[in-house]
Design a binder for this molecule. Structure first.
Ligand code: MNH
Length: 455
């Protein structure tokens, strides 16, 4: 063996059972592709490649060392990966689906960023609290919630609708009779997008599903157009995202069709991700009464007249650690795509310009070389150790670079507020084991939790 043998001369590892025509399609787990990938890393190392018909590659990266290379914005950039392509039918030129450096992205970002700076959360705080109250009312004195992610998804959906656009999706009005039509359409659209993104499987989805998909998108677009027209009709001004798009600080308003794209984008990008985070956190708290008691104690300490004030959210340190640790183990957006701007290497392997890689946060966040031997354990106290701050290449639940999550401060503010308020007022009792399903996001499936109000 010579030390001059270049790693790059070898090819990136791939799963066994490669068959000539179908490539690695048999190795894909249709329902849980990200958890399958996490498992593959344990056999193949943190960089591996699947090949499909026609030589299409999917390369996966899952370690902090690899993430450190790939978040370098000079060499890599955000790639709009295949599972997201279908989102363009829904969210058009909204922030999430607009092309890198396109005028639509630049203008949308310029107008909307003011609505997402940490200080803007003061504008949404009361609305977020009112949705926490709505959720608590729905829970009543005691309720055994059989699908906690669905409930929390409704909470998140209602928060974006009301705080962003002054629009109630009626998530809790309709809960008795099944999910609100808008929420139900959004969930179906998500699952359709994920399934049709898997090579081969996508082609097998029938006409009935395709028709339902088209109807769901039409319903969502129609709803959003009504929201814009209603606001314009009343001429009402209020500090929310819709107002910022209709009356920007500089320049012309965003065109109506772009506003519609942006509104749908916020609903799509912000509702399952945040709702599922709330559900995972609830799972951990329900299994850990001592931890719940610490969250309850700090929430109670800052509550005056039944409410937590905006300024006091920063004092919810244990709650904050619970949220961070939940996003570490179960990053609800399980990864992101990066494409090489130029010929480069990754982990010592050659990568040519334009090639793309999926960074699986689910794996990076469990890398024992940075998180230690207890990386797989839920231990919020690691975030409370003196001066602890993760290095940017070890923890990135909100992505990286200019195309990282614009909604980060919004999601974290809402998550702290909802978790602190509910845990303050309810005892949680959870019996179900964690079973994680995937629907573009990671989601605890049929998570059953009993909420009992503390008198
Ligand atoms: Mn969000 C982009 C994760 C909540 C709106 N979000 C991203 C990306 C990640 C992400 C990761 C980058 C994707 C990529 O590189 O391909 N987002 C989350 C998580 C939560 C979340 C884990 C909650 C927890 N996001 C929210 C909320 C909103 C939102 C809430 C809106 C209210 N996110 C966005 C938008 C983008 C985005 C918009 C695209 C930003 C851009 O490209 O300019």
């Amino acid at each position: 063996m010579t030390t001059t043998t270049k790693l790059a001369a070898r090819s990136i590892p791939h799963p066994p059972n490669r068959i000539p025509i179908l490539g690695d399609v048999l190795g894909i787990d249709r329902k849980r592709p990200n958890q399958k990938t996490l498992w593959q890393f344990s056999r193949l190392g943190p960089l591996y490649r699947r090949t499909f018909v026609g030589g299409v590659h999917l390369t996966f990266a899952g370690s902090a060392d690899l993430m450190r290379e790939i978040i370098d914005e000079k060499v890599w950039q955000r790639h709009f990966g295949r599972p997201y392509e279908k989102l363009r039918e829904i969210a058009g030129d909204g922030l999430f689906t607009a092309a890198n450096d396109s005028p639509e992205w630049k203008r949308g970002h310029e107008v909307l960023i003011h609505g997402f700076v940490p200080g803007a959360m003061a504008d949404y705080h009361d609305t977020m609290l009112s949705v926490a109250d709505l959720t608590a009312q729905w829970l009543g004195d005691a309720r055994n919630v059989t699908d906690t992610a669905a409930m929390m998804g409704d909470t998140a959906l209602e928060i974006i609708g009301r705080a962003g656009f002054g629009y109630s999706v009626g998530a809790f009005d309709a809960r008795a009779a099944g999910r609100a039509p808008f929420a139900a359409a959004l969930t179906r659209v998500f699952s359709h997008v994920q399934e049709s993104a898997i090579p081969m499987v996508g082609k097998l989805i029938g006409g009935k599903r395709a028709r339902q998909h088209a109807e769901d998108i039409a319903l969502m677009k129609q709803t959003v157009i009504e929201v814009i027209e209603t606001r314009r009709g009343t001429g009402q001004r209020c500090p929310d995202l819709l107002d910022r798009m209709l009356h920007p600080e500089n320049g012309l308003p965003l065109p109506d069709d772009n506003i519609a794209d942006q509104v749908l984008t916020m609903f799509v990008a912000g509702h399952e991700t945040t709702g599922n985070l709330l559900a995972f956190a609830t799972y951990f708290l329900a299994r850990n009464p001592e931890l719940a008691a610490r969250v309850r104690a700090e929430a109670t300490a800052v509550t005056t007249d039944g409410r937590i004030a905006y300024e006091d959210v920063a004092k919810l340190k244990v709650t904050d650690a619970v949220i961070s640790e939940t996003l570490r183990l179960w990053p609800t957006a399980p990864g992101f795509f990066r494409a090489a701007r130029e010929d480069t290497t990754l982990g010592g392997y050659d990568i040519s310009a334009g090639e793309w890689v999926f960074v699986l946060l689910l794996a990076v966040h469990r890398d024992t070389s940075v998180w230690g031997p207890d990386a797989e354990e839920f231990r919020p106290d690691r975030w409370l150790e003196n001066g602890f701050r993760p290095k940017p290449w070890t923890y990135r639940p909100f992505g990286t670079g200019p195309r990282s999550c614009i909604g980060q401060a919004f999601a974290l503010h809402e998550a702290k507020l909802i978790i602190a308020s509910l845990v303050r007022d309810f005892d949680l009792d959870g019996r179900s084991e964690l079973d994680v399903e995937e629907n573009l996001t990671l989601r605890p499936s049929n998570l059953e939790v009993e909420f009992r109000r503390i008198k």
